[in-house]
Design a protein around this ligand. Structure first.
Ligand SMILES: [Zn+2]
Length: 279
């Protein structure tokens, strides 16, 4: 072989082994995640409207959710508590307001997840209630553009947090607004350090999720938390992640398949998201 020929053989061999490695990598992925998840896409399991109609059957594992993000909100199979994913750990706020780490093999009927990459930070101080916080968030959202998703985390000290969770249900399941009348539990934390974590969905998401802001809370020591109904901030740092993509994973069995998801459920969703109920 001449010098030129041997160089050609070496290059051809290198190209062949690269092709072989690429094939193996594809085969090993098993079709689950063919490529790296988009860090700026919001991943959603099912539609909030399906959960609202009473589909509490988990369809995606906590392990899979963690491959799609390190930050998120949602609930678990049988609406077994509020899901809080922060810094890659999935927590459950249990019905009594305590928090536990959830194993990867549990499943979720509805959740959102994404990777939290900091796009901007601002300091906040003396925010008296949820409405005042919403006004701060809405003002910034209006400036940045209302038609994409945003993730926020507010790390700081809170004068008061009123939060809720729910008692796990067993089938047959009823619509969520009806279930929550007896399953919802409400609790309050005072002078507590922690993080409020939030998702903003644009107005056109009204048939798939809840437009506007949805916040969960978890204490700094990761022992207390829930879905935030009311809060008062002493001081904290508000961090934003702009999120320009959307990916939806739909259940392919169970009640989801036959639900009429064209029915407007905004009234029920408003009730479930914001009302403290009787307890
Ligand atoms: Zn919630």
């Amino acid at each position: 072989m001449t010098k030129k020929e041997s160089r050609f053989v070496a290059i051809a061999f290198a190209l062949l082994s690269m092709a072989f490695c690429a094939c193996r990598a594809n085969a090993q992925s098993g079709g689950q995640v063919a490529e790296k998840p988009d860090r700026d896409a919001l991943y959603q399991v099912s539609a909030l409207q399906a959960l609202t109609l009473g589909d509490y059957y988990g369809s995606v594992s906590v392990g899979e959710l963690k491959r799609r993000g390190d930050f998120g909100l949602g609930t678990f199979d049988g609406i077994n508590g509020e899901l809080i994913m922060l810094d890659g750990v999935v927590y459950r706020a249990v019905a009594d307001g305590s928090v536990e780490v959830v194993p990867d093999d549990e499943t979720v009927p509805f959740a959102n997840a994404s990777f939290f990459d900091v796009d901007e930070k601002q300091s906040v101080k003396d925010v008296p209630d949820f409405n005042a916080l919403r006004a701060i968030l809405d003002e910034r959202t209006a400036a940045l553009g209302r038609n994409r998703f945003y993730l926020i985390r507010l790390d700081g000290t809170f004068r008061r947090v009123k939060a809720r969770s729910e008692v796990k249900q067993s089938p047959p399941y009823e619509p969520l607004a009806k279930t929550m009348e007896r399953a919802q539990t409400v609790f309050e934390f005072e002078n507590i350090a922690g993080s409020a974590i939030g998702l903003y969905c644009p107005p056109y998401m009204n048939m798939l999720n809840a437009p506007g802001w949805h916040l969960h809370f978890i204490s700094e020591d990761r022992t207390k938390g829930g879905h935030a109904l009311e809060l008062s901030v002493e001081s904290g740092e508000l961090t934003w992640d702009y999120t320009d993509g959307f990916f939806m994973r739909l259940p392919n069995e169970g009640p989801f398949v036959d639900f009429d998801l064209t029915v407007d459920q905004s009234e029920d969703i408003e009730k479930v998201e914001t009302k403290a109920g009787e307890r």
